[in-house]
Design a binder for this molecule. Structure first.
Ligand code: SAM
Length: 356
Protein backbone atom coordinates (compact mmCIF):
# COMPACT_ATOMS: atom_id res chain seq x y z
CA UNK A 1 0.00 0.00 0.00
CA UNK A 2 1.53 3.33 -1.00
CA UNK A 3 2.28 5.85 1.67
CA UNK A 4 0.24 8.89 0.69
CA UNK A 5 2.18 11.47 2.56
CA UNK A 6 0.96 12.66 5.90
CA UNK A 7 -1.89 10.21 6.22
CA UNK A 8 0.16 7.10 6.96
CA UNK A 9 3.12 8.43 8.80
CA UNK A 10 1.73 7.07 12.02
CA UNK A 11 3.83 3.98 12.17
CA UNK A 12 7.56 3.95 11.73
CA UNK A 13 7.55 0.50 13.25
CA UNK A 14 5.79 -1.14 10.32
CA UNK A 15 8.13 -0.56 7.45
CA UNK A 16 9.32 -2.82 4.69
CA UNK A 17 12.97 -3.29 3.71
CA UNK A 18 12.93 0.04 1.87
CA UNK A 19 11.68 1.86 4.95
CA UNK A 20 8.20 2.34 3.45
CA UNK A 21 5.06 1.99 5.55
CA UNK A 22 3.92 -1.61 5.27
CA UNK A 23 0.17 -1.68 5.84
CA UNK A 24 -0.12 -5.44 5.56
CA UNK A 25 2.50 -5.93 8.24
CA UNK A 26 0.86 -3.26 10.36
CA UNK A 27 -2.44 -5.13 10.17
CA UNK A 28 -0.81 -8.48 10.95
CA UNK A 29 1.32 -7.30 13.82
CA UNK A 30 -0.58 -4.12 14.58
CA UNK A 31 1.21 -2.79 17.62
CA UNK A 32 -1.05 0.09 18.65
CA UNK A 33 1.73 2.64 18.46
CA UNK A 34 1.50 5.88 16.57
CA UNK A 35 3.38 9.09 16.23
CA UNK A 36 0.38 11.23 16.83
CA UNK A 37 -0.29 11.62 13.13
CA UNK A 38 -3.69 11.37 11.43
CA UNK A 39 -4.92 7.79 11.34
CA UNK A 40 -6.84 6.48 8.36
CA UNK A 41 -9.53 4.57 10.20
CA UNK A 42 -10.33 2.51 7.10
CA UNK A 43 -6.94 0.95 7.54
CA UNK A 44 -7.51 -0.23 11.09
CA UNK A 45 -7.55 -3.95 11.85
CA UNK A 46 -10.67 -5.53 13.34
CA UNK A 47 -9.23 -5.36 16.82
CA UNK A 48 -8.34 -1.68 16.54
CA UNK A 49 -10.67 1.18 17.40
CA UNK A 50 -10.02 4.86 16.90
CA UNK A 51 -10.90 6.93 19.98
CA UNK A 52 -11.48 10.56 19.16
CA UNK A 53 -8.65 12.69 20.46
CA UNK A 54 -6.86 9.74 22.06
CA UNK A 55 -5.62 7.51 19.28
CA UNK A 56 -5.99 3.86 18.41
CA UNK A 57 -7.11 1.42 21.07
CA UNK A 58 -6.24 -2.24 20.62
CA UNK A 59 -9.00 -4.54 21.88
CA UNK A 60 -6.37 -7.14 22.74
CA UNK A 61 -4.94 -4.83 25.42
CA UNK A 62 -5.12 -6.75 28.71
CA UNK A 63 -2.95 -4.34 30.72
CA UNK A 64 -4.83 -1.05 30.66
CA UNK A 65 -7.30 1.12 28.72
CA UNK A 66 -4.65 3.22 27.01
CA UNK A 67 -4.44 3.83 23.30
CA UNK A 68 -1.15 3.20 21.52
CA UNK A 69 -0.17 6.85 21.79
CA UNK A 70 -1.01 6.95 25.50
CA UNK A 71 0.75 3.63 26.09
CA UNK A 72 3.89 4.95 24.47
CA UNK A 73 3.86 7.97 26.79
CA UNK A 74 3.20 5.69 29.77
CA UNK A 75 6.36 3.68 29.08
CA UNK A 76 8.40 6.63 30.36
CA UNK A 77 10.51 5.40 33.24
CA UNK A 78 10.44 8.72 35.08
CA UNK A 79 7.26 10.30 36.41
CA UNK A 80 7.53 13.88 37.62
CA UNK A 81 4.74 14.69 40.04
CA UNK A 82 4.74 17.19 42.84
CA UNK A 83 2.89 16.86 46.09
CA UNK A 84 -0.32 18.67 45.22
CA UNK A 85 -1.53 21.17 47.79
CA UNK A 86 -5.09 19.98 47.10
CA UNK A 87 -7.11 16.89 48.04
CA UNK A 88 -6.98 17.89 51.73
CA UNK A 89 -3.19 17.75 51.67
CA UNK A 90 -2.77 19.26 55.14
CA UNK A 91 -4.97 16.68 56.72
CA UNK A 92 -3.31 13.79 54.89
CA UNK A 93 0.12 15.17 55.80
CA UNK A 94 -0.36 14.08 59.40
CA UNK A 95 0.79 10.79 57.89
CA UNK A 96 4.46 11.22 57.01
CA UNK A 97 4.41 8.70 54.16
CA UNK A 98 1.30 9.66 52.23
CA UNK A 99 1.44 9.56 48.44
CA UNK A 100 -0.10 12.06 46.00
CA UNK A 101 -3.48 10.59 44.94
CA UNK A 102 -3.02 11.71 41.34
CA UNK A 103 0.34 9.96 41.13
CA UNK A 104 -1.47 6.83 42.30
CA UNK A 105 -4.19 7.45 39.69
CA UNK A 106 -1.50 7.69 37.00
CA UNK A 107 -0.03 4.32 38.01
CA UNK A 108 -3.50 2.76 38.29
CA UNK A 109 -4.18 4.00 34.74
CA UNK A 110 -1.01 2.32 33.49
CA UNK A 111 -1.58 -1.03 35.16
CA UNK A 112 -5.33 -1.63 35.29
CA UNK A 113 -8.58 -1.24 33.39
CA UNK A 114 -11.88 0.40 34.33
CA UNK A 115 -13.82 -1.84 36.70
CA UNK A 116 -10.67 -3.66 37.87
CA UNK A 117 -9.88 -4.29 41.53
CA UNK A 118 -6.93 -2.56 43.15
CA UNK A 119 -5.55 -3.65 46.52
CA UNK A 120 -3.35 -1.61 48.84
CA UNK A 121 -2.36 -3.75 51.84
CA UNK A 122 -0.55 -0.79 53.50
CA UNK A 123 -3.15 1.88 52.75
CA UNK A 124 -2.16 4.67 55.17
CA UNK A 125 -4.43 7.67 54.61
CA UNK A 126 -5.56 6.28 51.28
CA UNK A 127 -3.42 7.66 48.42
CA UNK A 128 -4.16 4.53 46.37
CA UNK A 129 -7.86 4.51 47.28
CA UNK A 130 -8.30 8.17 46.34
CA UNK A 131 -6.35 7.53 43.12
CA UNK A 132 -8.72 4.67 42.21
CA UNK A 133 -11.66 7.05 42.72
CA UNK A 134 -10.04 9.81 40.65
CA UNK A 135 -9.85 7.38 37.73
CA UNK A 136 -13.63 7.67 37.38
CA UNK A 137 -13.46 11.38 36.57
CA UNK A 138 -9.94 11.94 35.32
CA UNK A 139 -9.10 8.59 33.75
CA UNK A 140 -10.73 5.73 31.91
CA UNK A 141 -13.15 4.72 34.65
CA UNK A 142 -13.61 3.80 38.28
CA UNK A 143 -11.56 1.05 39.85
CA UNK A 144 -12.77 -0.74 42.96
CA UNK A 145 -10.14 -0.39 45.66
CA UNK A 146 -9.58 -2.30 48.88
CA UNK A 147 -7.18 -0.98 51.49
CA UNK A 148 -5.82 -2.53 54.69
CA UNK A 149 -4.53 -0.30 57.45
CA UNK A 150 -3.57 -1.24 60.99
CA UNK A 151 -3.80 2.28 62.45
CA UNK A 152 -7.30 3.57 63.09
CA UNK A 153 -6.20 7.21 62.93
CA UNK A 154 -5.15 6.83 59.27
CA UNK A 155 -8.51 5.28 58.42
CA UNK A 156 -10.33 8.16 60.12
CA UNK A 157 -8.23 10.61 58.11
CA UNK A 158 -9.07 8.84 54.84
CA UNK A 159 -12.76 9.02 55.70
CA UNK A 160 -12.60 12.70 56.68
CA UNK A 161 -10.58 13.56 53.56
CA UNK A 162 -13.20 11.92 51.38
CA UNK A 163 -16.02 13.72 53.15
CA UNK A 164 -14.38 17.16 52.95
CA UNK A 165 -13.18 16.62 49.41
CA UNK A 166 -16.66 15.62 48.28
CA UNK A 167 -18.21 18.65 50.01
CA UNK A 168 -15.75 20.83 48.09
CA UNK A 169 -16.42 19.00 44.83
CA UNK A 170 -20.20 19.31 45.18
CA UNK A 171 -19.81 23.02 45.93
CA UNK A 172 -17.84 23.36 42.66
CA UNK A 173 -20.42 21.30 40.78
CA UNK A 174 -18.02 18.35 40.32
CA UNK A 175 -19.20 14.77 40.82
CA UNK A 176 -18.12 13.18 44.12
CA UNK A 177 -15.29 10.69 44.51
CA UNK A 178 -16.44 7.14 45.17
CA UNK A 179 -15.91 5.77 48.65
CA UNK A 180 -13.55 2.81 48.68
CA UNK A 181 -13.34 -0.18 51.01
CA UNK A 182 -10.78 0.44 53.76
CA UNK A 183 -10.43 -2.36 56.34
CA UNK A 184 -8.81 -2.08 59.74
CA UNK A 185 -6.28 -4.71 60.80
CA UNK A 186 -3.07 -6.52 60.00
CA UNK A 187 -2.66 -7.11 56.27
CA UNK A 188 -1.09 -10.50 56.99
CA UNK A 189 -4.46 -11.61 58.35
CA UNK A 190 -6.84 -9.57 56.20
CA UNK A 191 -5.34 -10.93 52.99
CA UNK A 192 -6.94 -14.30 53.79
CA UNK A 193 -10.36 -12.76 52.96
CA UNK A 194 -9.33 -11.71 49.46
CA UNK A 195 -10.15 -14.46 46.95
CA UNK A 196 -7.27 -15.91 44.97
CA UNK A 197 -6.67 -14.15 41.65
CA UNK A 198 -9.29 -11.46 42.37
CA UNK A 199 -6.94 -8.45 42.40
CA UNK A 200 -5.85 -6.90 39.12
CA UNK A 201 -3.38 -4.45 40.58
CA UNK A 202 -1.65 -4.39 43.94
CA UNK A 203 -0.39 -0.83 44.42
CA UNK A 204 1.31 -0.06 47.67
CA UNK A 205 3.89 1.86 49.58
CA UNK A 206 5.62 -0.40 52.05
CA UNK A 207 6.19 0.43 55.71
CA UNK A 208 9.80 1.04 56.32
CA UNK A 209 12.54 -0.69 58.10
CA UNK A 210 13.19 1.88 60.83
CA UNK A 211 16.54 2.97 61.99
CA UNK A 212 16.80 2.93 65.74
CA UNK A 213 15.30 5.91 67.50
CA UNK A 214 18.57 7.53 68.48
CA UNK A 215 19.80 7.50 64.93
CA UNK A 216 16.49 8.74 63.63
CA UNK A 217 16.51 11.70 66.02
CA UNK A 218 20.03 12.54 64.93
CA UNK A 219 19.02 12.40 61.29
CA UNK A 220 15.96 14.56 61.80
CA UNK A 221 18.15 17.17 63.49
CA UNK A 222 20.65 16.98 60.66
CA UNK A 223 17.87 17.34 58.10
CA UNK A 224 16.64 20.53 59.78
CA UNK A 225 20.14 21.96 59.98
CA UNK A 226 21.13 21.17 56.46
CA UNK A 227 18.26 22.67 54.46
CA UNK A 228 19.50 25.17 51.90
CA UNK A 229 18.32 28.00 54.13
CA UNK A 230 21.13 27.19 56.53
CA UNK A 231 23.73 26.76 53.82
CA UNK A 232 26.08 29.14 55.61
CA UNK A 233 25.61 27.45 58.92
CA UNK A 234 27.32 24.42 60.39
CA UNK A 235 27.35 21.69 57.84
CA UNK A 236 28.95 18.53 56.67
CA UNK A 237 27.39 16.02 58.96
CA UNK A 238 28.42 13.28 56.61
CA UNK A 239 26.88 10.58 58.66
CA UNK A 240 23.46 12.08 58.24
CA UNK A 241 20.94 9.97 56.45
CA UNK A 242 18.30 11.17 54.10
CA UNK A 243 15.35 8.93 53.96
CA UNK A 244 13.59 9.40 50.70
CA UNK A 245 10.37 7.92 51.96
CA UNK A 246 11.58 6.63 55.20
CA UNK A 247 8.80 7.62 57.47
CA UNK A 248 5.78 5.49 56.96
CA UNK A 249 3.95 7.61 59.44
CA UNK A 250 2.62 4.42 60.88
CA UNK A 251 2.97 3.04 64.34
CA UNK A 252 4.24 -0.30 63.23
CA UNK A 253 5.68 -1.63 66.48
CA UNK A 254 7.53 -4.41 64.69
CA UNK A 255 9.32 -2.08 62.34
CA UNK A 256 10.80 -0.14 65.24
CA UNK A 257 12.72 -3.15 66.44
CA UNK A 258 13.43 -4.90 63.16
CA UNK A 259 16.85 -5.19 61.61
CA UNK A 260 17.05 -4.58 57.89
CA UNK A 261 17.35 -8.33 57.25
CA UNK A 262 14.23 -8.99 59.32
CA UNK A 263 12.36 -6.23 57.54
CA UNK A 264 13.28 -7.70 54.14
CA UNK A 265 12.24 -11.18 55.23
CA UNK A 266 8.95 -9.83 56.62
CA UNK A 267 8.15 -7.93 53.42
CA UNK A 268 9.10 -10.90 51.25
CA UNK A 269 6.85 -13.24 53.27
CA UNK A 270 3.94 -10.77 53.09
CA UNK A 271 4.33 -10.32 49.33
CA UNK A 272 4.45 -14.10 48.98
CA UNK A 273 0.93 -14.17 50.41
CA UNK A 274 -0.32 -11.06 48.58
CA UNK A 275 0.68 -12.56 45.23
CA UNK A 276 -1.89 -15.36 45.55
CA UNK A 277 -4.59 -12.69 45.46
CA UNK A 278 -3.27 -11.16 42.22
CA UNK A 279 -4.65 -12.33 38.87
CA UNK A 280 -2.15 -14.07 36.55
CA UNK A 281 -2.11 -11.10 34.17
CA UNK A 282 -2.13 -8.52 36.97
CA UNK A 283 0.68 -6.40 38.39
CA UNK A 284 2.22 -5.56 41.75
CA UNK A 285 3.52 -2.00 41.97
CA UNK A 286 5.53 -0.97 45.02
CA UNK A 287 6.85 2.43 46.12
CA UNK A 288 10.18 2.28 47.93
CA UNK A 289 12.72 5.03 48.56
CA UNK A 290 16.45 4.45 48.83
CA UNK A 291 18.46 5.95 51.69
CA UNK A 292 21.81 7.48 52.34
CA UNK A 293 23.30 6.69 55.73
CA UNK A 294 26.62 6.04 57.37
CA UNK A 295 28.36 7.57 54.34
CA UNK A 296 26.96 5.10 51.90
CA UNK A 297 24.00 4.67 49.60
CA UNK A 298 21.51 2.13 50.91
CA UNK A 299 19.96 0.52 47.85
CA UNK A 300 16.77 -0.49 49.62
CA UNK A 301 14.78 -0.72 46.41
CA UNK A 302 17.17 -3.25 44.90
CA UNK A 303 17.32 -5.21 48.15
CA UNK A 304 13.53 -5.25 48.41
CA UNK A 305 13.08 -6.25 44.77
CA UNK A 306 15.44 -9.21 45.18
CA UNK A 307 13.85 -10.23 48.50
CA UNK A 308 10.35 -10.18 47.00
CA UNK A 309 11.47 -12.03 43.87
CA UNK A 310 13.13 -14.70 45.99
CA UNK A 311 9.92 -15.48 47.89
CA UNK A 312 6.92 -14.47 45.80
CA UNK A 313 6.32 -16.02 42.37
CA UNK A 314 6.86 -12.70 40.58
CA UNK A 315 9.31 -11.18 38.14
CA UNK A 316 10.55 -7.61 38.27
CA UNK A 317 9.33 -5.97 35.06
CA UNK A 318 10.43 -2.38 35.63
CA UNK A 319 11.80 0.14 38.06
CA UNK A 320 10.10 3.48 37.51
CA UNK A 321 11.32 6.64 39.17
CA UNK A 322 8.95 9.06 40.82
CA UNK A 323 10.64 12.45 40.79
CA UNK A 324 9.23 15.02 43.19
CA UNK A 325 10.44 18.46 42.08
CA UNK A 326 9.21 20.05 45.31
CA UNK A 327 11.55 18.08 47.60
CA UNK A 328 14.00 20.14 49.65
CA UNK A 329 17.67 19.96 48.78
CA UNK A 330 20.32 19.67 51.46
CA UNK A 331 24.02 20.25 51.81
CA UNK A 332 25.21 17.21 53.73
CA UNK A 333 28.85 16.70 52.97
CA UNK A 334 29.48 20.16 51.50
CA UNK A 335 32.22 21.03 50.60
CA UNK A 336 34.07 17.77 51.19
CA UNK A 337 31.97 14.90 50.05
CA UNK A 338 29.09 14.29 47.67
CA UNK A 339 25.87 13.26 49.32
CA UNK A 340 22.77 13.04 47.09
CA UNK A 341 19.60 14.98 47.81
CA UNK A 342 17.00 12.26 47.43
CA UNK A 343 14.29 13.80 45.29
CA UNK A 344 13.08 10.50 43.91
CA UNK A 345 11.54 7.25 44.95
CA UNK A 346 11.54 3.96 43.13
CA UNK A 347 8.39 2.30 41.90
CA UNK A 348 9.01 -1.42 41.47
CA UNK A 349 6.73 -3.15 38.96
CA UNK A 350 6.33 -6.91 39.25
CA UNK A 351 4.38 -9.40 37.16
CA UNK A 352 3.19 -12.74 38.56
CA UNK A 353 5.10 -15.62 37.03
CA UNK A 354 3.10 -17.81 34.72
CA UNK A 355 2.19 -21.20 36.23
CA UNK A 356 4.21 -24.07 34.82
C1 SAM B 1 4.17 4.01 53.76
S1 SAM B 1 2.66 3.99 54.57
C2 SAM B 1 1.50 4.03 53.27
C3 SAM B 1 1.05 5.43 52.93
C4 SAM B 1 0.00 5.46 51.86
N1 SAM B 1 0.56 5.19 50.56
C5 SAM B 1 -0.72 6.81 51.81
O1 SAM B 1 -0.85 7.39 50.74
O2 SAM B 1 -1.16 7.25 52.87
C6 SAM B 1 2.54 2.35 55.17
C7 SAM B 1 1.34 2.09 56.05
O3 SAM B 1 1.28 0.72 56.34
C8 SAM B 1 0.69 0.57 57.63
N2 SAM B 1 1.07 -0.78 58.08
C9 SAM B 1 2.26 -1.22 58.49
N3 SAM B 1 2.24 -2.53 58.77
C10 SAM B 1 0.96 -2.94 58.53
C11 SAM B 1 0.31 -4.20 58.62
N4 SAM B 1 0.96 -5.29 59.01
N5 SAM B 1 -0.99 -4.26 58.27
C12 SAM B 1 -1.67 -3.15 57.85
N6 SAM B 1 -1.09 -1.93 57.77
C13 SAM B 1 0.20 -1.82 58.08
C14 SAM B 1 1.29 1.70 58.44
O4 SAM B 1 0.46 2.03 59.54
C15 SAM B 1 1.35 2.81 57.39
O5 SAM B 1 0.24 3.66 57.47
Amino acid sequence: MPDDGDRHRQSRLFTDDDGEFDAERARDESLPVEDGEVIDTDELADHQRYLEGRGVYDERNRVNDLTGKEWKYATKSVIAERYPPDVQHDLRSEHGGQKPPRLCAELIGRFSKAGDTVLDPFAGVGGTLLGASFCEHEGTGLREAIGFEQTRRWIEIYETVLERENDARRARGDPPLAEQDIRHGDCAELIADVPEGSVDLLLTDVPYWNMDELEQTRNERATRESKLGSFEGDDADESAGDTASASDGGDDADAETQTKAEWLADMAAKFGRFTDAVAPDGHLVVFIGDMYREQSYEFLSADLARAIESTAPVTLAANLIWYDPTKDLHVYGYPFSFVPSMVHQNVLVFRPEADE
